[in-house]
Design a protein around this ligand. Structure first.
Ligand code: SF4
Length: 483
């Protein structure tokens, strides 16, 4: 683990930017990463491992079905006692070495020995020792395709790490550079919660290694630094004066957001034109996030973060770890959000904190929610989550449609209340007919949820049925605890 000081944060930021760029520009790679994420290296059957090893040896992408078919034929030829050299298309000696490698890769001891390795570097060395048919980069490629926590550090990727300043540019020994690079990437992988094999594949797409080509390639032989999202944090770009003012990018919104919104609606432009107050929570958050995550642009990502957190207030209670557990947020974005929310918290004097609405009786509940049920033609079931002072922390819509005790499971009603450590809840639903008198089913649901609340330790304080300009409160009617 590298200490999360400025250099590490800059490295993580650069990595996140590169990852977002590659995922946006290379949908096939995004699909392959998705597949690999769903795969466990320990579950790969021996025959599959052998196919992946042959793909790595011949620099064939295993995600292409034709490549796999070709590799499988070679494996069958080598292990089936056929004409090894001819089937592998390799010189006789190389085919023999590959066959010996496959023997070990297909053996029972393969997983055992690999699992016993204390880290990616010893594992890489083990495979190098046991597999005479695989070269240095091929070994990394094979492990990455498993997907074992490893990185393939070939020439183009080492050059990339040198340019970014992640390994010593003066180090001439490829072996020492590779060790240093692997150690650095391993630390970044842990810190950024990004699998090492994923960093390796993202790097491959970024530098044009392993047959990757297309718009994702920026850091090839002639780096396209002026288009690179990582240039602010790249030693090479800084040394070549290709970077722009650190911290504010090029003053332009991320490319995809710029493409998908009219210029006047872009959050930064909107803020300059109409002031910060005119921006929604999601727009303000998008400015902090700067970029999206490859699949979503910054605005979509901001909206999805807010949706998952529940609200800005709940987001402000998240720790950095909780923020990084939200899809699309890496440590750099999480730290930025946390810092901004902490500043906001320090600026707001405690006595100016917005007062949450309080509920003290059925009528206050009715007044609070009546507007939202006006002209509703569907039955909607809400839960008001309360703090110890009976102030409403949140409203949660639990169901829409006919209220039915068999459909209304206590889990749905209490799930968010438990998450918010609520002191109590109030149940609310409407009768589109306008008559708030409780039905038999309403009474059954109430009984069930009151009982569940008693068991969970979050009491149901009332159940209010909203009718047309009127209401029914189980608490006021004395029927909340009736059998
Ligand atoms: S700024 Fe240039 S050298 Fe640096 S990572 Fe990007 S493309 Fe490579």
């Amino acid at each position: 683990m590298i200490p999360l000081g400025t250099p590490a944060l800059r490295a993580l930021e650069a990595l996140e930017d590169i990852r977002a760029h590659v995922l946006a520009e290379s949908p096939e790679l995004a699909g392959r990463l998705e597949d690999l994420r769903a795969t466990s290296w320990v579950d790969q059957p021996p025959a599959e491992r052998a196919v992946l090893a042959v793909c790595a040896r011949l620099a064939l992408s295993p995600s292409v079905p034709a490549n796999r078919r070709k590799a499988r034929a070679i494996v069958d030829g080598l292990l089936g006692g056929g004409d090894e050299a001819a089937s592998a298309g390799l010189p006789e000696r190389a085919a023999g070495a590959l066959k010996r490698s496959l023997d070990w890769i297909c053996s029972d001891s393969f997983l055992r020995e690999l699992k016993a390795c204390p880290g990616p570097l010893p594992a890489w060395r083990l495979v190098r020792r046991k597999c005479p048919g695989l070269g240095e980069a091929q070994t990394g490629r094979f492990l990455v395709s498993l997907p074992f926590p490893a990185a393939a550090l070939d020439g183009p990727r080492l050059r990339w790490l040198r340019r970014l300043g992640w390994i010593d540019p003066a180090e001439k020994s490829p072996a020492r550079s590779r060790d240093e690079g692997l150690r650095f990437l391993t630390a970044l992988s842990v810190q950024g919660s990004i699998p090492l094999w994923e960093i390796s594949l993202v790097g491959a797409a970024f530098v044009g290694a392993e047959g990757c080509s297309g718009p994702a390639v920026l850091c090839g032989k002639k780096p396209a630094c002026t288009r690179c999202p990582a240039r602010e944090n790249c030693s090479y770009a800084i040394a070549m004066s290709l970077s722009v003012t650190a911290g504010d990018g090029d003053g332009q919104p991320p490319r995809r957001l710029r493409e998908s919104l009219p210029a006047g609606d872009l959050p930064r432009e909107k803020l300059i034109r109409s002031g910060a107050e005119s921006l929604t929570d999601a727009e303000l958050l998008a400015i902090l996030l700067r970029t999206g995550n490859g699949r979503q642009h910054a605005m979509d990502l901001a909206a999805s973060v807010l949706r998952q957190a529940g609200s800005l207030r709940r987001l402000s209670a998240h720790s950095v770890n909780e923020l990084t557990s939200l899809p699309g947020l890496g440590p750099v974005k999480a730290v930025t959000i946390k810092a901004a929310l902490e500043l906001a918290r320090r600026l707001a004097p405690r006595d100016e904190a917005p007062q949450l609405p309080a509920v003290s009786c059925g009528r206050t509940v009715f007044e609070l929610v009546r507007a939202r049920f006006h002209n509703k033609t569907k039955e909607t079931f809400l839960v008001l989550i309360l703090n110890a002072k009976n102030r409403v922390l949140r409203e949660v819509v639990v169901s829409e449609g006919i209220l039915n005790q068999t459909l209304m499971h206590p889990r749905e009603a209490f799930q968010e209340a438990v998450r918010d450590s609520a002191a109590g809840i109030v149940l609310v639903h409407n009768h589109p007919s306008g008559d708030p008198a409780p039905s038999r089913n309403d009474r059954a649901v109430t009984r069930r949820l009151v009982e569940a609340g008693r068991i969970i330790g979050i009491p149901v304080l009332d159940h209010v049925i909203v009718g047309d300009g009127t209401y029914y409160s189980f608490e006021e009617a004395g029927t909340l605890f009736e059998d």
